[in-house]
Design a protein. Structure first.
Lengths: 180, 180
DNA sequence: TAATTCATGTAAATCGTTACATGATTAT
DNA sequence: ATAATCATGTAACGATTTACATGAATTA
């Protein structure tokens, strides 16, 4: 259960409300790393506050509460970040599909692989476009957040794309050899 | 909830018992794609059997039961494989750490990145060694399973390694600029 | 014959998602 | 005024994990 650490990490970068945290999980964070909805975030913030790892440092309009990490919270985050437990929790529906490709008929497998190749190329290009507008160095402090993540996403798309193209070639070679 | 599809996929490649399926989840499948333990696998097999998507095709020693996919089960698998639902479920503790790196002090961030770079290099090398012993073409049928997955893992390690080295360089450049 | 591995299961507790619910503020 | 967005929450259900439990077959 890594949700509490995800929240501590986001709040360590910058204090936020539950609502703002929720938005972070619908962006890249939720897309590549960890998903969570507001119905798990709000109760978890309550638990973290009870444990003294976060605290409400500001209350705003519409009953919004801005949370910050406490020193104890930062210590907990740091410990979790630097001591990876094995095995790490992994769950990725897309990757699962890739692992199961051999279960399909070759024709279906190729259809799926072409879809993966096309999508990874398109999303990589889009991300590259967005990154092209960003500064060439990592901005200091809170602005640096997302910079490393974006580059990770980019390399991820490239890796998936390369793999899909490779797999297509291999499958087509096999099909060719069989019909020959 | 992708567990039923993971099971259908594994059984479509080759009929297995719950025990054998459990072992598959502790190997690469569980490491990169989807985790599950025997306590969720056995009940799920029961549910799939009730729905007519799998059936027991063999009973062996020690009460073991070998399951196979039915035509209906294969149809369900195929449909799930070829129509990716958005957003896909993603949960990866290691990737989460990467996303939260900016929350750490630069010194801690570098420690973490060096650890990631070292581990991805070592695991990539090990996988490369294992793959070096494999045939250069995808084996037909059940033996082809794992071949695509292994190459995916390899490219994954390379991508993570490249990213970590890039991030280390960027962070060191920033640290240098600040102290200058 | 003792330890290990094979092989399956249940129960309780925890975690996560979906559906339901409310009200304040801002933009059109 | 109306719609959209901001902002928080609870309840019920479903999924997952951890702990508990059993016994057969194999290996040392």
């Amino acid at each position: 259960m890594s949700l509490p650490h995800a929240l501590l990490g986001l709040l360590a970068v910058e204090p936020r409300s539950g609502y703002e945290l929720t938005k972070a999980f619908t962006a890249e964070l939720g897309r590549y790393a960890w998903q969570a909805g507001h119905t798990s975030i709000y109760p978890e913030l309550g638990k973290l506050a009870e444990r003294g790892l976060v605290e409400v440092t500001e209350e705003g309009a519409r009953g919004s509460r801005t949370y910050s990490v406490t020193p104890a919270g930062y210590a907990e985050l740091r410990s979790w970040m630097l001591t990876p437990r094995r095995p790490a929790k992994v769950r990725n529906e897309q990757v699962l599909r890739m692992f199961l490709i051999s279960a399909l008929e070759p024709e279906d497998a190729l259809t799926l692989l072409h879809g993966i190749a096309d999508r990874s190329a398109a999303e990589g290009a889009e991300l590259r476009r967005v990154l092209g507008e960003a500064p060439p160095e990592i901005p200091a402090g809170a602005d640096g957040f997302g910079y490393l993540a974006a580059e990770y996403g980019l390399r991820q798309y490239d890796a998936v794309h390369g793999w899909a193209r490779w797999a297509i070639e291999k499958l087509e070679a096999r099909a060719g050899a069989e019909s020959a």
